[in-house]
Every structure is written in C-alpha cells, then in structure tokens.
Design a protein around this ligand. Sequence first.
Ligand SMILES: C[S@@+](CC[C@H](N)C(=O)[O-])C[C@H]1O[C@@H](n2cnc3c(N)ncnc32)[C@H](O)[C@@H]1O
Length: 310
Amino acid sequence: MAHEHGEHRHGEHRHSEHRHGEHHGHFHGSTDIDWGAMAPLLESQAELFAPLYEQVMAWLAKEAAEPGLIVDAGSGPGVVSCMFAEAFPGARVVAVDGSEPLLERARARAARLGLGDRFATIAGELPDVLDELDYPADLLWAGNSLHHMGDQRAALTAFAERLAPGGTLALLEGGLPARFLPRDIGIGRPGLQARLDALQEEWFARMRAELPGSVAETEDWPALLAAAGLKPTRTRSFLLDLPAPVSDRARAHVAATLGRVRESLGDAVDEDDRATLDRLLDPEDEASVHRRKDVFVLKAHTVYTAVRTS
Ligand SMILES: C[S@@+](CC[C@H](N)C(=O)[O-])C[C@H]1O[C@@H](n2cnc3c(N)ncnc32)[C@H](O)[C@@H]1O
C-alpha cells in the first residue's frame, strides 16, 4: 500500500520557477494555476458532475471488475476519488496530487464519508511520485490531469508501468466545452460562449507551452496509450445534461466558471463581450446567470481506457 500522507515531498506552485518569461498573443499574466485556490471550484464542479461520474464508474466496472487498488492521479480535492471508493467498496483508493492543501480536503472528505480506512493520499509531482506506491494499481484514473503535465507521452508510460498485469488505465481528456446559455441571450452579441471557447483554446495552448518540459503532442489518446505499451480498449463520452431551470447549485457553478473564465482571459476578451460578462456575473442584474431563467449545463467528457496485458 502507498505511504500515508505524512511523507509528501513537494508543495504548491511547482511550475512557477520553470516558467518562460515570454508571453504569446494578447494574453497577459501567467498561466500558472494556483491549485489550492481552485479547491471550491474543483469541488463544486465534481459534485455537480456526480451523475456523470456514476455512469463512468458503472462503465469502468465492466472492465475493472473488482479492483484492489485504485489510484487517482491528479485527484485534486478528492471528490471523484471518494466516488471511486464508494463505487468499488472492495478497493483501497490512493489520491495523488501535487497540492497538499487539496489532498488535505480529500482526506477530510473521505473521513466524513466513512471511507477513511480505505483511503490514502500521496503528495508530489506526477508522474515520478508514483514511485511511492508500494503496490501496482488495478485501476489508474487520470481525470483532467494529464494535460497539466509537460510530457504527456512520458507520463502515460510511467502510469502504465504502475499498473498490475490486467490493470486498466482510464483517462478523462477532451470531450466538448460546456454550454450554459443559449446562443442569443438578449444582451451583447450572440455567440458569446463560442468566442470565449476560442480564446480558452489559445489560453490552453499557452498554458501547455509554458509547462516545464513541455512537449507538443498530437492528442490521439488511444495511439498514445498504445505507445505506452497498453492495449487500448474502449472510448466513450458521457453527458451532463441539466436543462433550465437549473438548481441553485448549478447556477452557482455556472457563475463560478464564468468568473474564472473572465479572470483568466482578462482583456483578451473584447470590450463588448467583457461588458456582457460583467452583466452576466452581477447578482443585482436581472440578466445575470444568478437570476435569468434560461441557464443550463450541457457538457461532454470523454474517457479512454487501456489495459496492461503483460
Ligand atoms: C483540473 S484538476 C482535476 C482534479 C480532479 N481530477 C477532478 O477531476 O476533479 C487537475 C489536478 O491535477 C493536479 N496536477 C496537475 N499537474 C500535476 C503534476 N505534475 N503533479 C501532480 N499533480 C498535478 C493539480 O494539482 C490538480 O489538482
């Protein structure tokens, strides 16, 4: 079993010292992410997406029937790690992440849910920190974490090496950008979310380019899983479809997500669209996402699986 959390080696902000000084395009400021500060957003997001993760886990159970050890690589605050522990009651779950403050929340959540005796954490830089695992994983899950690693091909190879024979690697990457609003919302220029998505793609490309050891990679995940020595098995996309009118929780998530988009894109967003975003985020405004009736959540996540055959 993995070493318990006392043995973590690295803290936050592991990327900062490696960042290039150079900025691309019209973005200003850093793409370095303060993961500890992201805790509330990561938690509200994963909680809202619980119905989607339940489907993912039922689907994974067909491949990894009774895993003894599940490793959640890049677990963040452990919402999904705890769902794994609940979905696979015979398994121990080890949540691995670079942010100790997030892992602290993961341990607190597991304890609260009565899962503490089957739950451990390891803090440190992926993929190397996986050396601290004492046993190979029957199921290694990497949910929206691989794309934060500079060399994704090398990380996948290291993940694959940590699998038990017959073990499954499950990768959540790609999918479709979320939609929260109709194309025409009666304020500003129609198509706001599509324009924000295009800017986020640029931000993402810059974020990847600025990661330490960044390697450009064609994102053909099954091909990369095969190159890591695994046998790609299945690909499926899962939908979260919360039509209007949404719950307060979904509304709060939409507001938090758009708030973060506005913050990270800054003045890359044109003036008209910034004015629209300001109205959408102003709780006093009737047209805001806090009050308008047409807010919804529609999002697709894609999961790729591959098995270690020898
Ligand atoms: C977008 S969050 C996803 C969290 C969680 N898997 C979920 O879906 O809710 C990415 C997580 O990966 C972690 N992470 C990113 N790069 C890492 C690295 N090189 N080593 C360890 N953790 C890393 C971050 O700290 C963060 O918690």
